[in-house]
Design a protein around this ligand. Sequence first.
Ligand SMILES: [Zn+2]
Length: 510
Amino acid sequence: MPVARSSAIALLGLRGEVVDIEVDLAAGVPGFHLIGLPDTALGEARERVRSAAANSGCGLPSKKYVVNLSPAALPKHGSAFDLGIALAMLAAGGVVSPESVARAVHLGELGLDGRVRAVPGVLPAVLAAKRAGREIAMVPAAAGAEASLVDGIRVVPVASLRAAAIWHGAALEPQEEDALAPPDPGPAADPGPAPDLADVIGNEEAVEALLVAAAGGHHMFLLGPPGAGKTMLAARLPGILPPLDAEAAIECASVRSLSGMPVASLSTRPPFEAPHHTASPPAIIGGGSGVIRPGAVSRAANGVLFLDEAPEFSRVALDALRQPLESGVIVVQRANAIARFPANVQLVLAANPCPCGRLGEADCSCTPMARRRYLGRLSGPLLDRVDLQLTVRRLTAASLRGAGDGPRLTSADAAERVRGARGAAAERLAATPWRRNADVPGGWLRARPHRLPPVATAALDAALERGMVTMRGYDRILRLAWTLADLEGLDSPRQGQVGTALALRTAVSA
Ligand SMILES: [Zn+2]
């Protein structure tokens, strides 16, 4: 049995490819040679595999092992190849069944004591194995529940190299710690009830704006002092968005898995990510050394990315957001690899009205210049993508009393209205590549047959004439007006919807 085979999965972004592991027992000085573009973590597999085999009592014969990972051109990162390498070596050494080892895809890092440790990305890796037509995936016991989310492939969770060897036919006595750990239920994947829109007191205009943002998929900018409830509003957006379909749910879970977060079940609630403004660009966009990790933008994919105190984010991070907002995809480049992550987020930016946040109060000493510079960091290409810009005011005791005890919009009611409006938009856009009003280019809205009659756009045309609205701003207001019409069950926007849309852009110059 000169050459034994096993396989593993190399992940690049969410895409995984099967890596063949070949082990040749060659004549010569006993040793371990690893070839096929291994990175540092993978290079250290040599030491981990040798110790793990010795300490699990698997008795690797002392020979010269040449281990080749192919295809050689495929970048391979991290430690998830340990288990596959160890089993292929045991197969070459005659300890386990080569046929059995060759049939399974193996994922897992080995501890020096022989334990199989969890690795990030088990879910996308098992998905890739299934898509490649593989029938068995051996995974770390701790990731058993996560791997089992993939239908159509047999998942074998193992706690130790010894347990893996026994499953593959090694004549070894099982030890207590080899017993298959019961599938780790992990922390409950259900994050509890979503915060409800009905908790928002006062601020009716902002609640209405949130509804419009959800219905049309519009990015949103909230300008207002600290304590005006910007975070409270943003956190309620996922709860009124349509639930994730199966494909999006698995994509969200895969990104979480790759981020090293626990994944025990699939959630249909759109994710919500709110990175701090001091977060590094790789933490927001993705990257890092070794395995390329997704950033907050990708964890927010299919959901909401909230940047509170947005002007405080680094220029590099804000600039890096432009491309993914355009394409819905993050591309992380490396010398020898390109990783793609999903980044189709609904963006909510929030900012204080001035650097100190107390504009209009006696102790604010921010100069007009400082204000302009502060908000100017968001201007240009980033705000160009944001249809909805709203000023949120801090509620006074008087306005709170005025808000009264009348019925407030609940998230369930809002979600129902969003569903209806999205349905209407999808029907109108059926013959186009777009599904939501936010995706529609202005030119399409200004051309027949969707051009609105002059009586409907009179106020907007006048604003354009007077230079109060730019041409881009004009298009954004048209998009908002269509969403308002969809929410109200109209076949096209009238004067009223165009007027409301104009008012939904009060924060910064339109
Ligand atoms: Zn100030």
